[in-house]
Ligand binder design. Structure first.
Ligand code: ZN
Length: 370
């Protein structure tokens, strides 16, 4: 067999292999220590039961996440399915008898530049496409403005602060494709109410292409770097903040993937950073998610960061722009017995969830008193 990972979003290093078994390690993010994202292609004879051992799984950023996790595989890069996966003695072992000569294995379904370009291109037919910045890797960070840029209220949506969280990009694709549908009554109502959307489908395209888990090309976890004086290595955060300051922000949604939990959940800003007039909307969002997604649970580990200088966009934007602000986390694992539409979040589920986020934002914005 042959194993490759030297392509867009690829991440795996072959240590040793036979025809039926390979030891692999996951490469740390460029200039950083984070790792967990993997994505590689195996070619060889069909019908052979093969084992792929990720030998450094125990040292990954979220080793607990491997418990109950099953890897994804695909023969054509379009249809993905879960395969037998075990986490024993610190090694994640994927076992699979391939029915075709080429099989890809990944932590989650990857999202490629070509998909992003198609999304931006499609949406630019109804919205306005803008390039916010160019990364150190020479990649543009592009945005689509939906609705009137002179609108009174502006909703900003980001995805992929963290490079290896493609479910967030499938989710924003759902949001953007719905906003691009001029016939959608909720979208019409939003635009008529003077609400515009600023959607940035990938704010970390270098890290994504490099196969990183969290960092940008310079090794920075950008969602720990939101502050008044942004690190020079965070060109992405600096560029985004500049654009937000120029345009104004009235609602902020930051989309992420969660390695450990098997449900959708929210991260709210630290309470002391929430402007009093915004607190009812924050509460409303929490209630909305709890009512709509039965498996929603509070973050069991979210309170350890010191409130004011967490460096998380959700906190900084809430404080700086005095607006509702939240993170939505979508799981890497399939959800457990959630309500109908979300039993398997994979690609279709993430897109559908994104479409539903438009309803959530509409209801939260329309019910604002100010
Ligand atoms: Zn994240």
């Amino acid at each position: 067999m042959r194993i490759e990972a030297d392509f867009e979003c690829g991440n795996a290093i072959v240590e040793k292999m036979t025809e039926v078994e390979a030891d692999l390690s996951i490469r740390p993010d460029s200039n950083a220590k984070y790792f967990e994202w993997f994505y590689f292609r195996v070619t060889g004879e069909t019908g052979i039961l093969r084992t792929f051992n990720l030998t450094n799984a125990h040292a990954a950023s979220y080793p607990q996440a491997w418990n109950g996790y099953r890897a994804l595989a695909s023969y054509n890069g379009i249809d993905w399915f879960r395969v037998q996966t075990q986490y024993v003695d610190g090694v994640l072992s994927i076992k699979h008898r391939a029915e075709q000569t080429s099989t890809e294995y990944a932590f989650f379904v990857p999202y490629f530049e070509a998909q992003r370009e198609k999304l931006l291109d499609d949406c630019a037919k109804v919205g306005e496409r803008r390039t916010l910045l160019t990364t150190t890797g020479g990649r543009p960070v592009d945005m689509i403005v939906f609705g009137d840029p002179a609108a009174a209220k502006k909703v900003w949506v980001f995805s992929r602060h963290h490079a290896g969280e493609p479910m967030a990009e499938y989710c924003i694709e759902g949001i953007m494709r719905r906003l691009a549908d001029a016939q959608d009554p909720t979208v019409q109502r939003l635009f008529e109410a003077g609400i515009a959307f600023y959607c940035v489908p990938n704010i970390n395209p270098d890290g994504t292409a490099l196969g990183n888990l969290r960092a940008n090309a310079a090794g920075i976890d950008m969602n720990r770097d939101w502050k008044q004086n942004v690190e020079p290595k965070s060109v992405e955060v600096a560029g985004l903040l500049k654009a937000m300051e120029a345009e104004g922000v009235d609602f902020f949604l930051d989309l992420h993937g969660d390695e450990e939990h098997q449900y959708v959940w929210l991260v709210q800003p630290q309470p002391e950073l929430v402007a009093p007039e915004v607190a009812p909307t924050q509460q409303y969002l929490e209630t909305y998610v709890r009512d709509h997604y039965a498996e929603y649970g509070p973050d069991p580990k979210g309170d350890s960061l010191s409130p004011v200088d967490s460096g998380m966009a959700v906190d900084f934007v809430a404080w700086k722009f005095k607006c509702p602000s939240l993170i939505v986390e979508l799981p890497f694992k399939d959800t457990i017995a959630a309500n109908g539409a979300f039993e398997s979040l994979q690609v279709a589920g993430c897109v559908a969830f994104g479409r539903d986020c438009v309803d959530m934002i509409a209801e939260a914005m329309m019910s604002q008193k100010n």
